[in-house]
Every structure is written in C-alpha cells, then in structure tokens.
Design a protein around this ligand. Structure first.
Ligand code: NAP
Ligand code: ZN
Length: 331
C-alpha cells in the first residue's frame, strides 16, 4: 500500500523556496518551524532530494524533546525514517547521517519510491523539498496533501516553487505569526474528504479504551458543513455524533455525504443511539468510511448493514484504512 504523501514547503511572496546565495534562507518564522516539527513527529518518513542535503545540510530530526518522547512511548523511533532521493552518493559527513534516526537513499520514479516505502511499512510520508523533488511529486500526481506556507519575504531570485498535475483544492488557511499556512488536498472528492477525516482523528483526546475517529460532512455542492473527532466536546462522544449535533436540522444534510475514518457504530453501550441511527435520522443519504473493525462477537447488525437497510448508500474506501489506523494511535 502506498503511503499518504504530505508535501510541505515555505515560499516567499514572490514564489521562491530559497534565495540565490549559498547560505540557506529561512523563510518562515519560529511558530511555523515549530508547526513543521509537529508534522514531522506525526509521520513515518521524511523525504528530501539530494539537492537540499547539499544546499542546506539539514538534520531532518524531530526537534522538540517532548515530541520525541511521545513517539518513543508509542514504540516508534524518536524521529521518522529519513529518505534522501539521489542517483549519486550523498556526502558521508552530511548531517542527515547524524542523530538518532535511520537514513536511507533511494532512486527511481516517485511511484517506485512510494512502493518501496510502502513495503517498509511507511503509512505517512512527508516530502520536504526541494524544488526538483516537489515538482516531480506534484507533476506525477502523487501528492495527497500540500502544506504551503507563505512567508512575508520578497526574495527576487533563487529556486522556485513549481508544480503541475492535478488541481489543488483548498482545505484550510491559518495565520501562524506573520506567515500564512495554505493547506490543499488533491484527487477525487471522496479521497480528499476521507483522507482529511482520517488525519482529523489525530486531534482526539487520548483514550485507552475508545477508538479515535475523524469525521467530515460535505454538502452536495462540496461545501464542508462540519468536521469533528471523537471526544472533542464530551468524553463519550463519537466523532459523527459531535459533528451531527453541531449541524442540527440543516436541510443540506438530506443531500450530504458523511465521511468517517471508521465505520459508523451500530451499537452503543454509553448512549441510547449508535451513530448509524443518528446518521439515518439526520437524513444523510451517503456514508464513506475507511476502516472496518471486525466485530468481536456477532450481535446486532453492523452500522453499515443498518444504514444500508434504510436506503443509505455506504461505501468503504479501503485504500485509506492504513491511514485511518495510523492516525488512531496518536501522540
Ligand atoms: N522553502 C522550503 O520549504 C525548502 C525546502 C527544501 C528545500 N528548499 C530549497 O530547495 C533548494 C534545493 O532544491 P533542488 O531542486 O536544487 O534540489 P532537490 O529537489 O532537493 O534535489 C534534487 C536532487 O534530488 C535527486 N533526485 C530527485 N529526484 C530523484 C529521483 N526520482 N531519483 C533519484 N534521485 C532523485 C537528484 O540528486 P542527485 O543529483 O544526487 O542524483 C537531484 O539532483 C535549496 O535551495 C533549498 O534551500 C527549500
Ligand atoms: Zn459511533
């Protein structure tokens, strides 16, 4: 299974990734560098091109000790696997070879690289540059999410951020200090919204006993009506429950699609109604989910069976199951 690919970079207002001097130009501010560190801590591997290793000599490690400790507590390496794309040999004294993370070099088309990383068990990959590698991954249509940070600098000359391939769809804008984060997703609507639901599961407050699930509800015209995750508003809340409560009787629900990282539940001990009943009652005609937990014992019909029985179209996109599972084990 190929990993989920997050491409991440900072660009100047005039679209440059660096300036033309030999020194590395840091574009974004400290708050955004900390956000990137948080993203690094969430992934299984970080990939850069050899050009970035030669130009910037980055270490590509998770910086914050508490994030490294949280990864270790989950049984993960303190920092993700470091992957350098190269057809030559990277300098043995490069800093990417120092520190407590494994570094590998790969060569090949982006498809081949992703297949190789998938075979190594990488579920989430972060592509951090540089110009050539970002263009290659974007142009071959293999990026699922792009986090582009617009930094308030005018550089004038240097390597440019360029792409090609599939059109980006805006998911979020966020101001981070003086920088602006623009978050985009690529691909078909079902894939975009379901992948987003999967990564939202990482926001769930931790629980030793309950699943961590993310949910997105999208109107017929593509408007995102609501997003949520398990235990957001109440310690017993399922993701779908919290989102539906926030939407009340919105008439757009009658033509909406609900995306959930996990199959909606068909049975609840802690609440009178399982999510399947809540979805049916809201009049939502279509449900798309990634991960189906095999029932521990056969009692009531599953959530999907209950929804199908009342005429709701239920689709499982198992392509996203590894991401749903990976995001359910959070820091
Ligand atoms: N602003 C940001 O967020 C950001 C982030 C990262 C980098 N940057 C900047 O980007 C610049 C570097 O970009 P760049 O375009 O020169 O280099 P790059 O994209 O980092 O690396 C290009 C190199 O990667 C290798 N490569 C690429 N595709 C490959 C493939 N499919 N198989 C095998 N090897 C492959 C080749 O290395 P070999 O020549 O060894 O074969 C190629 O020369 C620097 O100025 C850096 O500061 C900016
Ligand atoms: Zn539920």
């Amino acid at each position: 299974m190929r990993p989920h690919v997050l491409a991440s970079c900072a660009v100047s207002l005039d679209g440059f990734l660096d300036d033309a001097t030999p020194q590395r130009r840091i574009l974004s501010g400290p708050a955004d560098l900390d956000r990137v560190d948080e993203e690094r801590a969430r992934v299984d591997a970080i990939l850069v091109g050899a050009g970035t290793v030669r130009a910037d000599d980055p270490r590509l490690l998770v910086r914050a000790p508490e994030r490294r400790a949280a990864r270790a507590a989950q049984g993960l390496p303190e920092s993700p696997l470091r992957v350098v794309l190269t057809t030559t040999r990277p300098a043995a004294d490069a800093r990417v070879h120092t520190g407590s993370a494994e570094t590998i070099t790969l060569a090949g088309t982006p498809d081949e690289v992703l297949d190789a990383l998938g075979r190594r068990g990488v579920v989430r990959l972060m592509v951090e540059g540089g110009a050539a590698v970002l263009r290659e991954f974007l142009t071959t249509g293999l990026v699922d999410e792009l986090q582009l940070v617009l930094a308030p600098q005018l550089v004038g000359d240097g390597p440019r951020f360029t792409g090609g391939g599939r059109p980006p769809h805006l998911v979020e804008t966020r101001t981070i200090g003086g920088d602006v984060l623009l978050r985009y997703r690529f691909g078909q609507a079902d894939d975009r919204h379901l992948a987003e639901a999967c990564v939202l599961a990482e926001q769930c407050p931790p629980s030793a006993t309950a699943f961590s699930v993310g949910c997105v509800v999208v109107a017929e015209d593509g408007t995102v009506l609501g997003t949520g995750w398990s235990r957001r508003d109440h310690p017993l809340d399922h993701a779908e429950e919290g989102v539906l409560r926030g939407l009340g009787n919105d008439p757009r629900l009658r033509r909406a699609t609900l995306y959930s990282s996990l199959e909606p539940c068909g049975e609840r001990a802690s609440r009178p109604d399982p999510c399947a009943a809540l979805i049916a009652r809201a009049g939502i005609p279509r449900v798309v989910y990634a991960w189906r937990e095999p029932p521990e014992f056969v009692a009531a019909p599953s959530g999907s069976e209950q929804l199908a029985a009342v005429g709701v179209e239920v689709v499982q996109l198992s392509r996203w199951e590894p991401l749903a599972r990976r995001c359910a084990t959070r820091l």
